[in-house]
Each structure stands twice: as C-alpha cells, then as structure tokens.
Ligand binder design. Structure first.
Ligand SMILES: Cc1cc2nc3c(=O)[nH]c(=O)nc-3n(C[C@H](O)[C@H](O)[C@H](O)COP(=O)(O)O)c2cc1C
Ligand SMILES: [Fe+2]
Ligand SMILES: [Fe+2]
Length: 404
C-alpha cells in the first residue's frame, strides 16, 4: 500500500512521524512531534538502516514490505541502539528471520541486552565496509554521540551519510522528508532545542565525529530525526559544529525567577540597560512559565546570559537551582555572565549564582545587583548599569576572556 518517498534512485524513506508523544525521553516537551527516520536501500542485497519506536513498528514493516515485495531483507544496520530507533528490532526479526544484524561490538552486546537476540549478527569495526552491490557502505564509529555504541554509515555510491542522531532535530515531517520540499524554517529552532537538551553534554564527541567525517564527500545527510539534509546540509553541519564548540550568536538571554515581582522588575530594568546599549536580541524568560528545554536552547544559542533569582530558603529559587545544575552537568563553556537578585533578610541568591559562574569559568560582570526588599533608586540604576556592562563585554570579549 505505501508509496515510499525516494531519497535517491534506490534509497527509500521508511520512517514515521510521532505526533502523540507528549515528552521526548519522557522529559522534553514536543510541540510539533518528532520523526523516527529509517532508510531502506534496495540493491542486489537489501539493507534497512535503523528502525523506529515500537509503537510504529507495524507501519515500518508494512512500508518495507511495500517496497521489497517478496525480495526479503538481507541486513539491518544499526547506527544507534536507543529504543526510539532500535525498538522494532524484535518485530523485524519475526518478519525477516534471515536478516543479518550489523553493528559494532558495543551495539551487538546491547542487541543481546535489550532484546535477547544473539543469532545472525555481523560485527563490524571502525571504517570497515559492506557491499550491497552498487552501494558500498562504510562504517565509522563515533562513540558517545550521545551513546557509547553510536556509529555513522556512509554510502560511497550515492554519497549519503546516515548519521544517527547527529544533525537531527525535533519536529515531525509534514508531507515530505527532504529539506528542499519542506517549510524548513521551523526546524532550526527545534534543532537547537534538540541539541541543547539531548546531545549538548556530548559536545566533545560531536566535535570528534565532525572532524573524523570531514574528508567524506557527503552530499546528503540522513539523520534519525527531522529533515533529510540536502540543500541545507552545510547549514545543518555548521549549526552542530558551532554548538559543539560552544560558539554562540550575538544576543543576551535573561532568565529570572520571581514569586512577587521584585526580581522580575529587576529583570525588566536589566533588559532596558541592554537595549539602551544596543544589544539585540534581548530574550527574557520567566523560569516558572517557560519550559527549561526552551531556556537551555537559548542559552546554547546566545553569548550572553544574565540570571536573576530571589533568595529562597537561604538559597536559589528552586527552578533556578535546577537550571544551573543542568547547565553545569553539560559543561557549557564561553558564556558572558551577569546576575541579580532580591531578598528580605539575608541574601544568598547572588552569591550562589556567582559561585556557579566561577565553577564554569564564565567571564562575569563586576556589577552584580542584590536588592533588599523592593527595588529602589540606587539598585535601579545598577540594574541599568549591569545591562550596559554586559553589552560592553559582548563588544570586547578578549578583554574579559580570563574568567572571573
Ligand atoms: C518561601 C520563601 C522563602 C524565602 N526565603 C528567604 C531567605 O531565605 N532569605 C531571604 O532573605 N529572603 C527570603 N525570602 C524573601 C524573598 O527572597 C524576598 O521577598 C524577595 O524580594 C522575593 O522576590 P520576588 O518578589 O522576586 O519573588 C523568602 C520568601 C519566600 C516566599
Ligand atoms: Fe539517541
Ligand atoms: Fe534518537
């Protein structure tokens, strides 16, 4: 029944959209779904590259059968074992009992561990090749992007890189799968959000992978989530390269928590200071109403961060505590930092935020503002000044590059 979309003459898309899942990994909200991409190569031998979440296993099988008829599936190549991609493995084995499962040593041990499958396995090592006929597949181990077994598969015949989660994004695919046929603009924000939340902690392995594959003449990237990259391939790789080397765009993100509005007023004032000094864009997130996945996305994206928190039980506002823990666990580098806060009897928020920036060695403004109770004239002026100083630091990063 299915008419599978073609990527090249004999590479077909057999993936699916998930518009039902509320939270990816049960953590990260999905606003516009996510796709689980799988690809079928029909040559003298046939090969499927990755599977899909088990909830869509039957659709995957039907898509494969529509293409192959009674030809049979010779290989399943596993680039990544996370269950959003390996989930349909057992089902696939039932339909195609003679299929050989191809993976590296770590992959095959997970195949056993998750699915108790240990027959018809083909272990491949780094840079080893497999011929399907016209298609010559070569495997490149890229450990920790973002699991230990991850690898990428390059097809020399059609110059296609099957990259696993790398270069992926959230967002279901509406009608088409190729970037040239999609309304592509909506995916960039979702690529940042996917990177910051799923891959960001593994930036160093991503850098290694990008460097390792640099010499390959790939013209199409088929990742496991989001559009197939063709005309926007360079931009997609550049974004991953930039994010994984902690480079950022011009702009400042102000994140604040506030129970009764005192810290919020400080946030508005700091923003005014930034704008007066010509900073664009200035983004303001109320940490109680904006999802952390969006806040992390913007912190990965922009060079300046200013955090504000009331003192809460001798520490930070709980959501702010959560945010700084998440940033620290990702080891994000090279952000220009400022902070402010509000307290009533004994301030602790600004001290906590300063210590956080010191631990990450982020350059920090020497203007920090901590107001006792309502915001008054002196500290109102200091908030404006904080905005001005961060603007200056953005303009002269070298001078402030030593950390704090
Ligand atoms: C649950 C709770 C705990 C607080 N803990 C402290 C504290 O430990 N030390 C302090 O000086 N003020 C504390 N405060 C007072 C707030 O920090 C202070 O009122 C601040 O101005 C609130 O800022 P906001 O208006 O932005 O919410 C606490 C307030 C609340 C509601
Ligand atoms: Fe993954
Ligand atoms: Fe994935």
């Amino acid at each position: 029944m299915f008419r599978n979309q073609k990527i090249t003459d004999d590479i077909y898309y057999v993936g699916v959209n998930d518009r039902q899942k509320a939270k990816f990994e049960n953590l990260i909200p999905l606003y516009d779904g996510v796709s689980y991409n799988a690809y079928l190569i029909v040559d003298e031998k046939t090969a499927l590259i990755d599977t899909v979440d088990i909830h869509f296993g039957e659709i995957l099988i039907q898509k494969i059968l529509s293409q192959l008829g009674d030809k049979g599936l010779d290989y399943l190549i596993i680039n990544h074992m996370e269950p959003d991609h390996s989930g349909s493995l057992r089902l696939l084995r039932k339909y195609f009992p003679n299929m050989t499962i191809v993976g590296n040593e770590r992959t095959l041990s997970m195949v056993k561990g998750f699915y108790e499958i240990d027959g018809s396995l083909l272990k491949v090592s780094d840079e080893e090749s497999l011929s399907l006929g016209r298609h010559q597949l070569q495997f490149f181990l890229t450990p920790m992007v973002h699991w230990p077994e991850t690898m990428m598969t390059f097809d020399h015949a059609d110059k296609v890189l099957f990259s696993g989660d790398a270069f992926g994004s959230f967002g279901a695919l509406n009608g088409s799968i190729l970037d040239e046929n999609l309304d592509i603009d909506k995916y960039w924000d979702e690529m940042y959000r996917y990177y910051a939340n799923v891959i960001g902690k593994y930036s160093s392995p991503v850098q290694k992978a990008i460097k390792k594959l640099e010499h390959l003449p790939y013209e199409i990237i088929c990742s496991t989530h989001g559009p197939v990259w063709k005309i926007n391939l360079k931009k997609a790789v550049e974004i991953y390269d930039r994010l994984s080397s902690f480079q950022a765009e011009e702009g400042v993100v102000i994140v604040y928590g506030s129970m009764y509005g005192n810290t919020e007023l400080m946030a508005e004032t700091v923003a005014q200071g930034l704008a007066e000094a010509g900073v664009k864009p200035v983004i303001i997130h109320n940490i109680s109403t904006v999802d952390l996945s969006i806040i992390l996305r913007d912190i990965y994206r922009y060079r300046g961060c200013i955090f504000g928190s009331p003192t809460y039980n001798n520490g930070l506002f709980p959501e702010m505590e959560d945010l700084i823990r998440k940033i620290e666990s990702r080891g994000l580098k090279n952000r220009i930092f400022g902070c402010f806060g509000s307290y009533t009897w004994s301030g602790a928020a600004v001290r906590n935020l300063t210590e956080f920036a010191n631990r990450l060695q982020w350059p920090m403004s020497d203007v920090m503002v901590e107001e006792k109770q309502g915001l008054k004239k002196d500290n109102y002026e200091s908030c404006l000044q904080l905005g001005h100083q961060i603007a200056e630091m953005l303009q002269n990063p070298v001078q402030f590059n030593k950390g704090c």
